[in-house]
Design a protein around this ligand. Structure first.
Ligand code: ADP
Length: 157
């Protein structure tokens, strides 16, 4: 049987407890999940791709089924390259739903074999997003409650 491989694409700028939770809850469904950090030329990141990747690897160092990669271009093309048939996305808000629905349906036309799977956040992590975490860091606040344990934000660039 083919390996069940999923891609979890995103910016992860930085990884939050919300991302970590989605990954850990979906891990039992797959043989491998590739966390794919998208290099988006039109979106300036706050943390470098190396830093983001390092933190993610740290968080999942004890999970042999989790891999971290970076990619540019279309997510479906990266899926094909990785032989992944599933894309994981979280749905936090109705705005997420509208946006993700269009992308997933168009992806389905372009790549019929690839399924997008949506996961709802658990209520206590639903309000966490990287934009807010970046604002807290930028303004010298304590972002620790929102990011996975064991990450040293001071090592950030
Ligand atoms: P992107 O720029 O692609 O949205 P993000 O790093 O912000 O990248 O998010 C990656 C994925 O993780 C998205 O599907 C997003 O909905 C999901 N996600 C982010 N934060 C949470 C959260 N708190 N709970 C559930 N899913 C989340």
């Amino acid at each position: 049987m083919n390996k069940r491989i999923a891609i979890f694409p995103g910016s992860f700028d930085p990884i939050t407890k919300g991302h970590e939770n989605i990954l850990l809850r979906t891990l039992p469904l797959f043989d491998e999940i590739i966390i794919a950090i998208g290099k988006n030329s039109s979106k300036q990141s706050y943390f470098s791709i190396e830093q983001r990747s390092k933190w993610i690897k740290q968080v999942f160092k004890n999970e042999p089924k989790v891999r971290v990669e970076t990619y540019s271009g279309l997510t479906i093309d990266f899926c094909k390259k990785m032989k992944a048939n599933y894309i994981l996305r979280g749905l936090r808000t109705s705005a997420d739903f509208e946006f993700e629905k269009a992308i997933a349906q168009n992806n389905k036309v372009m790549a019929p074999k690839i399924e997008t799977i949506f996961i709802l956040p658990v209520s206590e992590l639903s309000a966490i997003n990287s934009t807010i975490v970046r604002d807290i860091i930028r303004n010298g606040g304590n972002a620790k409650p929102f990011i996975p344990n064991g990450i040293d934000l001071k090592s950030g660039s």
